[in-house]
Design a protein around this ligand. Sequence first.
Ligand code: 6PG
Length: 472
Amino acid sequence: MTLDTSGADIGVYGLGTMGSALALNLADNGFNVAVTNREADWIDDFLKEAGDLGERVTGHVALADFVNSIKTPRTILFMIPSGKPMDMMIETIKPLLGEGDTIIDGGNADFNETRRRSAALDGTGLHFVGMGVSGGEAGARNGPSIMVGGTKHSWAQLKPMAEAISAKFEGEPCVDHLGPDGAGHFVKTVHNGIEYADMQMISEIYGVLRDQGGQEPATIGKVFERWSQGPLSSYLIEITGAALKSVDSKTGKPMVDVILDKAGQKGTGRWTLVEALKLGQSANTVEASVGARGWSSEKDMRVAAEGLLEKGALDTALPSEDDLENAMMAARILSHAQGFRILSAASDEFDWSLDLARISEIWRAGCIIRSSLLDEFAAAFRAELPFEHLILAPAIRVRLAETISGLRRVVAASVLSGQPVPALSAALAWHDTMALGRGTANMIQSQRDFFGAHGFIRVDEEGKHHGDWNAV
Ligand code: 6PG
């Protein structure tokens, strides 16, 4: 391995929104950055945008020049669309790289692909890192939360830079090496699943206040603004308040009222679900949230159905602001608990030894789901966790006990008044299922054995049994 101490500390390939922001963040933190982009004219635009920071940035049109301008062993960050483009770039750049060089995929990639790419580079002397970056453009520029997978060798190279550019929570960098191969991308995927659930639950509460309460956006905005100062303090509650108070300059109407109620999605929420199911888990809050985005896209059908379907709704009082706040808190705890459950199942399955306390810690600042609750989760994970379930941690049980009746009243009022709250009710259903020592799966087992002789376990004897299905 040749060591070259001159040249750039890191190369950034891909100068889209996130790539540019990360490159500027690196330069701002004193690192020399080489940049390149598939469309060469973006390089000049970027260098202009860099202004004074341009002193620490070199742009290269030819891939070989870009590679040669980076210190060895090289650290090269790719910020390009996930999937095929990443595979193509690995093949293209591989012959130009040497022993010990690291290729980083900083996009939202499917962790299965990250595992495959890592395995394919095993034994070549090259290293592959799947790195989740959260915080959007502003986060990438000023301090994102960063979830790193891959080898210890790559982490040693990347660590000083990643720590410098990451968000800080009370001075502590919100980045860590979470495990080998796909661990970083998996954690980012689950982060996004939790993000989907939090966004959906907030939207449902907005819906209750708008439809059941007949309140204007600015009034609802004030509620979220108040909540952002309390135990629900978080980035998503804060931006919800600000979004609700924003006004469209074209029409003078509230911004949210001129936006069509069809939600987009790029796929990370769906991946969370798929992986959860493969691991024998059911993250029903995430499922409800991904599903709700799907239903939202059936706009024409919903508009027609509104006049066709009889709701049979009953008059109910609007839940109190306290109940709504508690409902959000309880449901937020439950959806995070489901996310962490998926992480611990994946950790066992892939032998990652994920540190759930550390993950909570690096989510406390910079990322989209940052909230004051994550600090409480970190403390709960650091203490003893019965059955590895966050909802059984003593401090979290207290929080749930204080808020669960609020969730129950909000879900009940919504159900009675015909207001859809799929994620809030999913959270409550999961809570109540987990809180019921004797469930109803004995009936599922009876039916399976009745029609298919699938067998069951008896409560009073070992082994597999069949039932005496002798009644007609
Ligand atoms: C983040 C975000 C970011 C992005 C996702 C979600 O952590 O910074 O999660 O990665 O917003 O791609 O996008 P969709 O809602 O389109 O799936």
